[in-house]
Write a protein that binds this ligand. Structure first.
Ligand code: F6R
Length: 341
């Protein structure tokens, strides 16, 4: 059943090149809901990893399509009185998360058009929503979401592509190859650093901030190491006091609009003695002088960088948890689907 892999999680990580291609192709201009094309504003509701996919979507949809996107935790949306948008997109791998369902229900009661992005045909979310987009990741057995998260990214990238026409089909078709390259990376040194830590900070900017939120969630979920994510610029507004040689920082520092300021943030952290694991260009000499370990990600396109960094962080969590002998597929206290509020 595990196809020769020691855990379902690793098997599911390795399925991702195919999964992302299938997810991207699950949607075309003919099947994109009309009301989504006409939307002037969108709310995304979701929980956990699915919420992080929603945050990445917000960044991409706002910057490529100019559509304001609000992203709300399912558990908060029901109880907050905020102005409703034209469309609600509910993202849920299982399609059974109670908080996400009640958030969609709130939209239904207020005549908002609703779209479900889910992995499970005929799940509850499909009955609550006007339209369903199936992400087609295949069954996910490991409690920690990996391939379903990547499939959500695939679907949502395609939505942005179809709404904006600004992501080339060629870029999207490289997503699977970008993941294949990441799967070949050696994570040993970074794992050694993380496995002996009690606290790890994950920092990024722009769309890489929610990528880091997802990376930190994955790390704490399966390794039981306390991992916190921050927008890199926020570190000096408080968390700085926690930095020491005992608290590694995992950072994404790729060429782009925030590269210089990110490098500056890392210098400040390094001055506190913090060990740094950086995801960046393999030939970036400035970064390699600063960081203790550079995990190379040599993609130029933002979308491929997002997908590649996501998978690197999954692998970092998986191999760290494996080094610590954790019960990876069924972490303590967690269930695959959360059907109570
Ligand atoms: C984390 C994880 C959870 C789920 C969350 C929402 O690895 O799996 O955070 O993402 O419980 O679940 P779905 O997507 O089924 O609504």
């Amino acid at each position: 059943q595990k196809g020769g892999f020691p855990h379902f999680m690793l098997k599911e990580i390795y399925e991702q090149p195919e999964v992302i291609n299938r997810a991207i192709h699950s949607l075309s201009s003919d099947t994109l809901p009309r009301f989504l094309c006409d939307a002037k504003s969108i709310t995304v509701v979701a929980c956990g990893s699915s919420y992080h996919a929603g945050l990445i979507f917000r960044y991409l949809a706002e910057s490529s399509c100019g559509i304001p996107v609000r992203v709300e935790l399912g558990s908060e949306f029901k109880y907050c009185s905020v102005p409703l948008t034209d469309v609600i997109i509910g993202i849920s791998q299982s399609g059974e998360t109670a908080d996400t369902l009640s958030a969609i229900h709130k939209g239904n009661c207020n005549n908002v058009q609703t779209v479900a992005v889910t992995n499970v045909l005929n799940s509850s979310i499909t009955r609550y929503s006007d339209v369903t987009i199936l992400m087609q990741a295949g069954p996910e057995i490991s409690v920690a979401a990996t391939k379903s998260f990547t499939a959500q990214l695939g679907v949502l990238l395609q939505v942005v592509n179809l709404l904006s026409g600004r992501i080339s089909d060629e870029t999207l078709s490289h997503a699977g190859v970008a993941i294949e390259k990441v799967l070949l990376l050696n994570m040993e040194d970074a794992v050694t650093l993380c496995a002996r830590a009690q606290h790890i900070f994950y920092v990024g900017r722009g769309p890489f901030y929610p990528v880091m939120m997802e990376g930190a969630l994955k790390m704490k979920e399966i390794s039981y190491i306390h991992a916190e994510s921050y927008a890199a610029g926020e570190i000096k507004h408080g968390p700085f006091s926690l930095l020491s040689s005992e608290t590694p920082v995992v950072a994404i520092c790729l060429p782009g609009p925030s590269y210089a300021v990110m490098l500056g943030n890392l210098k400040e952290m390094k001055a506190r003695g913090t060990p740094i694991v950086a995801i960046g260009y393999g030939d970036d000499t400035e970064l390699s002088e600063l960081a203790d370990i550079v995990i190379p990600l040599d993609e130029e396109q933002l979308y491929l960088q997002i997908v590649g960094a996501t998978v690197i962080l999954q692998m970092l969590s998986y191999y760290t948890a494996s080094r610590l002998g954790r019960e990876i597929d069924k972490p303590r206290n967690l269930a695959k689907s959360v059907t109570v509020e």
